[in-house]
Design a binder for this molecule. Structure first.
Ligand code: SAM
Length: 369
């Protein structure tokens, strides 16, 4: 678990090209906790190795905007015999006196080169699981409260062994939640909001917060992918955009479309439960607008996208989130989470959820998220 310099090493996945942003983010969090660390990565690899002598201060995956997965590094293995890659893995785990893992994931970082390994990783999973179970190194059924083994193939000749811990991992291979595009949705953007709902909420809290009793304003709504997700949950939506909205959404009777500027529009009845916003606009302006809606009580909570600049991406995100936290400090128990989702491109998705504005049973449900 430690390397020769007695530093722990974490392996974190991100979108290819965002390695410097993730590295800067990890360094920043550690520095604010009087810790220290540094990253090594190849640009475009979709992965960083992060070394620190203070692993306990490492931020949780939930705190990292640019990380899709966070793993603790164990070792690197080279395979000299392509017909048996399982024995070296078993030998290493036996040498550690390893406990049973609750699951095993065979994966590769999300980059162009490693894509050639996808089929192999899938195929290799089956015999590896069988061998691990036979050697009492993996539980019979998946156990989420235990550590999981991650076997990361960088080529056919070698892999890195890592593990993830309960409550600090993405349960998906490569940290990617793959969603099927709903055939009747008006745009692929719909997957951004669908993924956000999966990532920010568990099933129970999502049901409580997005249902037929809830209303929303969708700024920058056209052609209607985000509105589609809300309508699917029987919510009433005011969809604001100068573009055209899908007629299928209008036919539901749940949508009111206004061709208006998102920066000056106000909700018809004075307030709604949710403000969602996917406007391609300056991210500082968008975050300020969201804060204004919540402070004024025009919306209780918000999910919105921030388009990232070409440079200083982490710096920009840090500044905006810190200003947002400052503005929300009078709102009791406000949850602010941000994530660079798989379906986000050069943008991130942010949740602002002031718990105090919801009834007690909803608050209890959110606390368990
Ligand atoms: N969320 C939409 C969906 O799922 O179909 C896609 C939104 S698209 C990425 C961005 C939209 O923002 C465009 O349709 C654009 O017209 C709208 N937009 C940009 N600036 C706006 C503004 N100031 N007011 C209203 N809409 C705006």
């Amino acid at each position: 678990m430690s390397n020769l310099n007695d530093e722990a090493c974490f392996v974190c996945f991100c979108r290819s090209g965002y390695e410097p942003d993730l590295a800067a983010e990890c360094e920043y969090h550690l520095a604010t906790r009087n810790g220290y660390g540094y990253a090594k990565y190849e640009k475009g690899s979709g992965c960083i190795a992060f070394y620190t002598p203070t692993p306990a201060l490492m931020p949780k995956l939930k705190e990292l905007v640019f990380a899709r997965q966070k793993l603790s590094f164990l070792t690197t293995l080279s395979f000299h015999d392509a017909s048996d890659r399982i024995t070296p893995i078993l030998e290493f785990l036996h040498s550690l006196n390893s406990m049973e893992f609750g699951n095993v994931i065979v994966e590769h970082a999300d980059n162009e080169q490693a894509k050639t390994l996808a089929k192999f990783c899938k195929k290799f999973t089956v015999p590896l699981r069988a061998a691990l179970r036979k050697n009492v190194l993996q539980t019979r059924v998946q156990q989420d409260d235990k550590s999981w083994l991650h076997v990361i193939f960088d080529s056919f000749d070698g892999c890195r062994l890592c593990f993830s811990t309960a409550n600090d991992r993405s349960p998906y291979a490569q940290g990617i939640l793959r969603l099927k595009f709903p055939a009747s949705a008006p745009s692929r953007s719909t997957l951004k909001l669908e993924e956000a709902l999966h990532v920010f909420f568990n099933k129970e809290s999502e049901k409580r917060l997005f249902n037929e009793n809830m209303s929303a304003v969708d700024l920058g709504a056209c052609p209607g992918g985000w509105t589609y997700q809300l309508v699917k949950r029987n919510m009433r939506v005011e969809a604001i955009d100068n573009g055209d909205i899908a007629t299928t959404l209008m036919d539901t009777g749940l949508v009111m479309h206004a061709k208006a500027d998102g920066f000056t529009y106000r909700p018809v009845s004075g307030h709604v439960d949710w403000l969602v916003c996917d406007m391609i606009e300056n991210p500082y302006r968008v975050a300020e607008l969201v804060a204004q809606w919540i402070q004024q009580g025009w919306a209780k909570a918000s999910i919105f996208n921030l388009k990232l600049p070409m440079k200083r991406r982490f710096e920009t995100v840090k500044e905006i989130l810190s200003a947002l936290r400052n503005k929300m400090r009078d709102k009791s128990g406000t949850i602010i989470e941000a994530k660079h989702l798989y379906h986000d491109r050069d943008e991130i998705t942010v949740l602002v959820l002031p718990m105090g504005d919801f009834d007690e049973s909803t608050q209890n449900c959110i606390k368990k998220m």
